[in-house]
Ligand binder design. Structure first.
Ligand code: HEC
Ligand code: HEC
Ligand code: HEC
Ligand code: HEC
Ligand code: HEC
Ligand code: HEC
Ligand code: HEC
Ligand code: HEC
Ligand code: HEC
Ligand code: HEC
Length: 322
């Protein structure tokens, strides 16, 4: 087994952490210092400028410059050294990758640790450690570029859509379908529906994995923040909408069918459920069969939504006529 300074320091920290359990301030101090190189000294960001002029010269545009500008942070939380750790050894050695926290050398989980030291506070990243991305080693620096982001906002490594397509090429094809959300045209973004930092367990379609689908007020589907008329609550809810969720009937990205529907012919969609099977619902007989008046051989009856127009729920008609 190989031992590294990181492990040694980690071990010592663990022990100290247990010793100081009664003293939260001491624990905070120990946890709040950057990983790996405790004991060494901070030299301040100006020293870095000499040898890393390119990085330094654009840094004033970076949101992390705030710590230098304010001058109110501790050395461990100021400027370059807030992420790269104390620089004294590095400067004395006149450079090198082993004398400083070099992200190019860090394992993915160490990158997550380094960034979450400051960025673990907000709810939008509460699930980051168990997100599909983190679990597959897609970490902060895959999506964010601290020193060469094209735009300072969110420090994204690329414009968002291109960033996501870079790894999810099949999704690009879905947004090129005849009926789609206009992501490629820039009017909708992946993050309108997804949280790339990981989402909470969905409150709809609860048997399924959430697929990092974001939630809006009241743990609802993100669709409702734009399609507000579908929110309800309705006097007569269509259980399929409320319980199963929008993606039961719609392809959220794009579809070859109008209205982003999953099936080209509406009645085949309805009859997936309204077929006399199952034993749930208000009358414990499942989604009711269309009554015998429905002659499904008659084209008039095939387009269910010409009569059942309020298919997402109604305040006036139990069978969604108005
Ligand atoms: C918010 C954390 C953070 C701060 C603050 C920061 N860096 Fe970096 N630095 C990184 C990360 C992460 C990388 C890895 C490359 C990337 O993702 O952009 C990096 C890469 C580098 C590199 C490698 C070469 C390169 O251009 O990628 C150098 C040199 C460097 N940083 C120097 C500095 C200096 C000098 C400062 C202060 C002016 C600084 N860093 C401030 C996070 C930070
Ligand atoms: C005397 C010149 C000098 C000074 C001062 C200096 N560096 Fe470096 N730094 C280097 C050299 C040389 C390298 C090695 C580059 C290489 O191997 O590609 C390096 C590498 C790095 C790397 C690793 C880059 C990578 O590839 O991941 C980081 C991060 C870094 N420096 C940050 C800093 C920070 C932060 C400061 C200020 C505290 C600083 N440097 C001050 C010369 C210097
Ligand atoms: C020393 C604490 C600290 C560390 C470590 C740190 N950050 Fe930050 N980060 C901040 C602060 C403070 C801001 C500015 C917040 C603001 O603008 O109010 C910021 C801003 C950001 C923003 C921009 C947010 C926006 O709204 O535009 C991103 C993205 C970001 N950090 C990513 C990272 C990544 C990735 C890492 C790890 C490489 C990292 N940070 C490490 C403190 C830190
Ligand atoms: C799969 C890509 C991806 C990964 C991995 C990722 N981010 Fe982000 N992050 C984004 C995108 C995209 C946005 C912009 C969100 C928006 O437009 O609303 C963002 C926004 C942010 C913001 C600013 C908005 C906010 O939520 O506060 C911060 C800070 C941030 N990320 C930090 C991090 C940190 C820290 C990590 C690693 C622990 C990380 N991100 C990992 C894609 C990613
Ligand atoms: C560096 C590559 C990479 C980037 C960049 C990236 N992803 Fe991912 N993403 C993955 C991997 C790997 C997985 C897990 C395997 C899978 O399910 O495809 C994943 C999973 C997902 C999932 C869950 C899929 C599921 O089946 O549960 C969603 C949703 C997602 N990514 C959205 C995004 C969005 C939105 C962005 C842009 C902000 C993005 N990704 C950027 C690599 C990436
Ligand atoms: C209109 C909302 C919406 C937008 C915009 C959106 N998604 Fe999705 N996405 C969803 C929903 C909902 C699911 C879950 C579908 C399911 O579970 O059947 C999903 C599933 C996924 C999956 C996993 C399933 C699959 O098809 O591989 C990935 C990966 C993904 N989205 C990536 C992206 C990327 C990348 C973007 C931006 C280019 C994006 N999404 C934009 C709503 C959206
Ligand atoms: C950011 C806002 C936004 C979000 C979030 C959103 N949509 Fe949309 N949606 C739109 C816009 C705008 C259109 C109009 C399509 C166009 O560009 O012509 C649309 C169109 C649609 C259509 C087709 C309407 C028609 O008349 O053909 C359906 C169906 C739809 N969305 C369902 C969903 C579902 C399901 C979700 C959640 C997975 C969702 N939307 C999330 C903005 C949004
Ligand atoms: C039971 C299946 C089903 C579910 C679940 C469902 N829809 Fe629909 N939706 C439809 C059908 C069928 C149409 C087409 C109606 C028509 O052609 O008149 C439609 C049409 C739409 C339209 C375009 C026409 C309009 O009424 O604005 C939007 C937008 C839409 N749905 C959004 C949503 C959202 C958001 C959800 C989740 C809250 C959702 N749908 C859940 C079946 C469903
Ligand atoms: C995912 C399954 C599912 C799909 C798909 C679905 N439904 Fe339903 N539907 C239900 C359930 C469950 C109920 C509620 C049954 C109950 O409460 O007893 C319901 C109730 C109804 C009712 C009210 C019945 C009553 O007397 O209360 C009508 C009308 C209806 N659905 C029509 C449709 C039409 C038209 C479509 C196709 C656009 C459709 N449904 C698609 C599951 C579904
Ligand atoms: C020409 C108008 C019309 C069309 C088209 C139509 N329905 Fe109906 N549907 C009705 C009427 C009227 C009722 C209520 C009276 C009754 O039960 O006959 C009803 C009732 C229902 C009910 C509730 C039955 C119950 O026992 O509570 C369901 C379920 C239903 N329809 C499903 C469908 C499906 C699925 C389609 C498409 C295959 C469809 N309907 C097409 C007129 C229509």
């Amino acid at each position: 087994m190989r031992y590294s300074w990181g492990m040694l320091v980690g071990g010592v920290r663990g022990a100290l952490g247990r010793l100081f359990l009664a003293c939260p301030a001491a624990i905070f101090f120990l946890l709040a210092s950057p990983a790996g190189v405790d004991g060494a000294d901070y030299v301040g960001s100006n020293v870095c400028r000499t040898c890393h002029p390119n990085v330094y010269s654009t840094f004033f545009r970076n949101p992390h410059y705030k710590s230098i500008a304010s001058g109110r942070e501790t050395p461990a939380n100021t400027g370059c050294e807030s992420c790269h750790g104390p620089g004294q050894d590095h400067v004395a050695a006149r450079g090198g990758k082993a004398t400083i926290v070099a992200f190019s050398q860090l394992a993915p989980e160490k990158v997550v640790d380094a960034c979450l030291r400051c960025h673990s506070q907000t709810l939008s990243r509460a699930n980051i450690r168990r997100s599909e991305h983190t679990q597959r080693d897609v970490v902060c620096t895959n999506c964010h570029s601290i020193h060469s982001a094209p735009a300072p906002k969110f420090l994204l490594a690329k414009q968002q859509t291109e960033l996501c397509y870079g790894c999810h090429s099949s999704v690009r094809a879905q947004f090129s379908m005849p009926f789609k959300h206009r992501v490629n045209e820039g009017s909708v973004q992946c993050t309108d529906c997804h949280n790339p930092h990981g989402s909470f367990a969905a409150t709809w379609n609860m048997a399924a994995r959430p697929r990092m689908v974001d939630q809006v007020e009241g743990n609802e589907e993100p669709c409702l923040k734009c399609h507000v008329d579908k929110r309800g609550p309705f006097v007569y809810e269509h259980a399929a909408v409320r319980v199963e969720g929008c993606e039961t009937c719609h392809m959220p990205h794009g579809s070859t069918n109008p209205r982003l529907l999953k099936r080209p012919v509406v009645f085949t969609l309805c009859l997936e459920c309204h077929n006399g099977f199952a034993n749930f619902g208000r009358r414990l007989d499942g989604p009711p069969n269309p009554s015998p008046t429905h002659n499904l051989a008659d084209p008039r009856y095939q387009n269910c939504t010409t009569c059942h127009v309020r298919i997402h729920g109604s305040n006036a008609s139990q069978v969604f006529f108005r």
